[in-house]
Design a protein around this ligand. Structure first.
Ligand SMILES: Nc1ncnc2c1ncn2[C@@H]1O[C@H](COP(=O)(O)OP(=O)(O)OP(=O)(O)O)[C@@H](O)[C@H]1O
Ligand SMILES: [Mg+2]
Length: 701
């Protein structure tokens, strides 16, 4: 087929000359249709790595500057990864060859007779000046004088060489024997071994190397425009002709793989290709895990960025997690979370964000959540409240550092989780008040800063609240609605106040993941999901349409997903793989850090979580709703409560009151006839005094 050229742009109708300009095209360049702009007269093959100068003044062109200092020098993470790689490689080679040393010795010994034969033959040829034999024959043919002269020269040269050889051999043997006389037997033996080794080396066979390779480079086939075009036509039914596909930039090497920028035919989107990833991989004759089609978010919808790795992403060795062995984390700075297809680490800033992780079961949600929690654990300021509602103890490794911890789908664990959420919700008020009371010089942005978080007495330390399998919480018949209200409030208001909510779910649907939560989370990580609804629930609405599709992942892509909200553009990455024992070691380190900082609290020091609802609310309600009144509107009660105990109830509204009294079994009535706040009587949502008294009667204590 013909070579692809770039870029091909037809001129406007009016500008087109009469004759096609095909004659100037180099061999193989396809110039279809009538006429093209200037650069087509000089088309550049896509597969050559030379870029033609783009049009326009230099300063207006978009350029990509290569870093002055390579990443492996300037970036500590990359430097560490490179050093670890070299060290690992060197260790492997040393071990590999050390184990094989006896085999190498035997091979040298076996080859030494052949080596001795070759050496004797070589020496004989040298003495006889055989290398000049051909020349002598040529010059001596038909010229007797020259032949005689040549023979004399050869004789003289042979004699001299024979003498030199005899002297050298005699000196070597004599020296070796002399070593025996002076008692240097070890040196004598070493020389003998070296001589045998040298003879063995001289006798080696080219087809059978003495030393086998410890490391073999895996060479991946090159990606060519031809193979990309062929694969696209075969995989995507909407693409019928190869010539409709353009390459706006040369195919280049990008990390451990190839990158092709492709302009798809009009009407075909990058998302159409992503849907046919398996077919595309088949067309390219590569493993599915190597083929990563993505949209180019900075370009039009028909621009595809195809990255083809040398190795399948799920088989490639991920870079080590930088905090795995040493170090402390700072939640105010990005913490390492994923590695992208190119093997580069991607970090996520947890502070001022909330995280949602979703996928079908068994794809790596808990592992991903664990990476973020390990980073949080390594910041000794962070208070950790962790609930895993599946009951398998997936987060039990964090018990030594958790302030609150629960595991199980049972009502007790869910109620403890909700109770903990209530406390966090209530602390929002306190945190906001503290921040508001601080002078501008200390708190210029009205949000928690690292300096404020360090001052433990202010109570503005980072608070990490994680719920794994959060569908159990939100779909709980008793606590679901309250949990939704609390989490939505925490997500909306807690961001600037240092509260980080991390949620993971295997059922991202409307019932299990309320829209108030899915719409407000900042950072989202979506591993494999089955449909576009779940995709958009986790990643945000419209993501599927824009080509950010976790549906294209396969069941083998464990730990691999789309990360949105943490970087400028969504990207595909694989969460750092930290297994159970490694997590345990990190948590032990985290506990030591916390012990040193004096920040261990709650569950970690054996304190029992306060599980029961706070009965003081009932007492306060009975105070502000005296016996004389049978019932009162919720807004009136909130105002009275705020007056009664401003530090606790200021800012409360009817929904919050309804949520807070629900755990006591007190229902808010929709329509109650009572005095209105603004005067007069009316029907509004309210609470009956008798219902509150009934709740007190039900209390076992
Ligand atoms: N980053 C990763 N790299 C490689 N394998 C991974 C990675 N993350 C997870 N896995 C593999 O995926 C398996 C399932 O992981 P995990 O338990 O986190 O899934 P899950 O989505 O939480 O499942 P469930 O929905 O059942 O709770 C793990 O046993 C692990 O082997
Ligand atoms: Mg899990």
């Amino acid at each position: 087929m013909s070579e692809n050229v770039f870029p091909i742009r037809p001129l406007p109708e009016a500008d087109q000359p009469a004759q096609p300009a095909t004659s100037d095209a180099p061999h193989g360049a396809e110039v279809a249709g009538p006429v093209y702009e200037g650069e087509l007269l000089d088309p550049v093959p896509v597969d050559s790595l030379i870029t033609p100068p783009p049009a326009g003044p230099v300063w207006e062109r978009r350029i990509d500057r290569a870093p002055v200092i390579p990443a492996w020098v300037s970036e500590p993470d990359t430097r560490r990864a490179a050093a670890a790689w070299w060290w690992d490689n060197a260790r492997h080679r040393a071990k590999y060859h050390a184990v094989r040393l006896p085999v190498y010795a035997l091979r040298l010994l076996a080859a030494s007779p052949r080596g001795a034969g070759r050496s004797i033959a070589g020496a004989t040829r040298w003495v006889a000046d055989a290398e000049n034999g051909e020349l002598r024959r040529k010059l001596g043919t038909g010229d007797a004088k020259a032949a005689v002269r040549m023979a004399e020269i050869q004789r003289a040269r042979s004699q001299s060489r024979a003498i030199r050889l005899c002297v050298a051999v005699t000196a070597a043997v004599g020296g070796w024997v002399a070593l025996g006389y002076v008692g240097a037997h070890l040196l004598q033996e070493l020389l003998l071994v070296a001589a045998v080794a040298a003879l063995g080396w001289a006798g080696r066979r080219k087809d059978k190397p003495l030393v086998t390779r410890a490391v073999t480079q895996i060479k991946a086939p090159r990606l060519t425009s031809e193979s990309v075009t062929r694969a696209l036509v075969a995989a995507v039914p909407a693409i019928s002709k190869e010539k409709d596909i353009d390459f706006p930039a040369p195919i280049t090497r990008d990390g451990p793989g190839w990158r092709a920028d492709v302009d798809l035919p009009p009407g075909v989107t990058a998302a159409d290709v992503m849907d046919r990833r398996a077919e595309l991989a088949s067309g390219l004759r590569r493993q599915l895990g190597c083929v990563w089609p993505e949209p180019d978010h900075a370009q039009h919808a028909g621009r595809l960025v195809l990255w083809v790795g040398d190795q399948a992403m799920n088989e490639a060795k991920p870079p080590p997690w930088p905090l795995a062995r040493v170090g402390q984390a700072d939640l105010f700075k990005p913490v390492p979370f994923l590695s992208d297809q190119r093997g580069r680490l991607v970090s996520v800033l947890l502070m001022y964000a909330n995280v949602l992780i979703g996928s079908i079961p068994g794809m790596g949600k808990t592992f991903a959540l664990r990476v973020l929690l390990l980073a949080a654990a390594l910041d000794p300021r962070a208070e950790m409240r962790l609930f895993e509602l599946k009951g398998t103890g997936d987060l039990s490794v964090f018990e030594p550092v958790a302030h609150h911890y629960g595991s199980g789908p049972d009502d007790d664990t869910v109620s403890r989780c909700v109770q903990s959420l209530r406390e966090v919700y209530e602390s929002l008020e306190q945190r906001a008040k503290t921040i508001a009371s601080l002078p501008r010089s200390i708190c210029p942005e009205n949000k928690v800063t690292p300096q404020l978080a360090d001052r433990r007495n202010l109570g503005l330390h980072p608070l990490v609240f994680a719920v794994d399998e959060c569908q159990e919480l939100f779909s709980h018949p008793e606590f679901g609605k309250e949990a939704e209200t609390l989490c939505t409030g925490i997500i909306k208001r807690g961001r600037a106040l240092g509260i980080i909510l991390l949620l993971a779910t295997q059922r991202p649907d409307r019932n299990s993941l309320p829209t108030g939560i899915s719409a407000n989370v900042a950072v989202r990580f979506c591993l494999k999901v089955m449909g576009h609804v779940e995709n958009d629930m986790v990643l945000g609405s419209g993501m599927h349409r824009n080509g950010v599709r976790a549906t294209m992942l396969t069941a083998r892509d464990k730990g691999i997903g789309w990360l949105a909200g943490a970087t400028d553009e969504p990207l595909i990455g694989r969460s750092a793989y930290i297994d159970g024992p490694a997590s345990e070691r990190i948590v032990n380190r985290a506990r030591e850090l916390r012990e040193a900082a004096g920040t261990l609290s709650g569950y970690a020091v054996g304190e029992r979580q306060d599980t029961g609802p706070d009965w003081s609310l009932i007492e306060d309600l009975l105070t502000v709703l005296p016996e004389a009144e049978e019932q009162a509107h919720s807004d009136v009660l909130c105002a009275r409560l705020a007056e009664h105990r401003p530090d606790r109830y200021r800012g409360w509204g009817p929904p919050q009151l309804a949520t807070a009294i629900k755990p006591f079994g007190v229902a808010t009535q929709r329509n109650l006839w009572a005095a209105k706040a603004e005067g007069g009587m009316g029907n509004r949502a309210g609470i009956r005094r008798q219902d509150v008294l009934d709740a007190v009667d039900r209390d076992p204590e």
